[in-house]
Ligand binder design. Structure first.
Ligand code: ZN
Length: 274
């Protein structure tokens, strides 16, 4: 599932294609994308809009238009945006939407599992929508002390608290496992129980793995790809995620797999202390 670095990579690739372009035609093939709204009505509303900016908050892409309205795209499990400069390939059964731009490009939305969402919001609704769902950006002006405030008093496992998008925006299973490995913190530690030094390590580790993820253009597992079809390489950097049974890169102890809050979690039982 795309997390902050994957979504940011998509944003950086697709922004130059979309920004300044006017939507000449919009085809939404899958009603699940715009549920509960009728896809043909949403498509009709989008036609004629000119893209002012493509932003991101957490795992949401925010396509802002000159009108002030915004299309919030969440890729969920397997959504991806593709730039099709030579027209849309007709034979891809997983294409769920096609944007035809006045600059001659097409942007297609592809989604195998169909959990992705498109929500068209009025200008005044964007901020409340985001604020109700997302905590601060981990790569924004976030201090270790502020992170401590987000976790204070919480008895949930650290892993679960970090997966909660209201704690910090944009982390998912991959980058939480990676950050906890670097921070040498056990995923089942009570979230509110970290001391100042541990918070500083966690803060540093979260930012480190997200920055590396962006530099590597995300991790390609299953369906994630860049808009031009290229793949990210963050999967080559994994220290914990998906490596259960392999030796820890720090101490050689085999990494263990447990389930936390329904999510498979990999950690080192020797150097990530409970
Ligand atoms: Zn270890």
């Amino acid at each position: 599932m795309p997390e902050l670095p994957e979504v940011e990579t998509v944003r950086r690739a697709i922004a130059p294609v979309l920004e300044g372009a006017r939507l000449e035609s919009v085809e939404i093939r899958d009603p699940r994308l715009t549920r509960p709204f009728d896809p043909s009505i949403v498509a009709h509303e989008l036609v004629g809009e000119r893209v002012a900016e493509v932003g991101r908050r957490g795992k949401y892409l925010i396509v802002r238009f000159d009108s002030g309205r915004a299309l919030l795209i969440h890729l969920r499990m397997t959504g991806s945006l593709r730039n099709a400069p030579n027209g849309t390939p007709a034979d891809d059964p997983h294409t769920r939407a096609v944007l035809t731009l006045d600059n001659g490009s097409d942007v297609t939305y592809r989604d195998v599992r169909r959990f992705g969402t498109w929500e068209l919001l009025e200008e005044s609704d964007v901020r409340p929508y985001i604020d109700a769902r997302l905590g601060p950006e981990p790569l924004g002006p976030l201090s270790a002390a502020k992170l401590g405030q987000r976790l204070a008093g919480r008895r949930a496992p650290l892993k679960s608290a970090l997966l909660d998008q209201r704690t910090l925006a944009g982390l998912g299973n991959i980058y939480v496992d990676e950050a906890l490995w670097y921070a040498q913190l056990h995923p089942l530690r009570p979230a509110g129980g970290l001391d100042g030094e541990e918070l500083a390590r966690l803060h540093r580790s979260i930012r480190r793995v997200l920055r590396t993820g962006i530099e590597r253009q995300g991790s390609t597992l299953r369906d994630y790809a860049l808009p031009d079809g290229a793949y990210g390489s963050m999967q080559d950097e994994f220290r914990a995620y998906g490596r259960g049974g392999e030796p820890c890169d720090r101490c050689g102890t085999p990494l263990e797999r447990i389930v936390v809050g329904g999510r498979t979690t990999t950690f080192c039982p020797h150097c990530q202390l409970l």
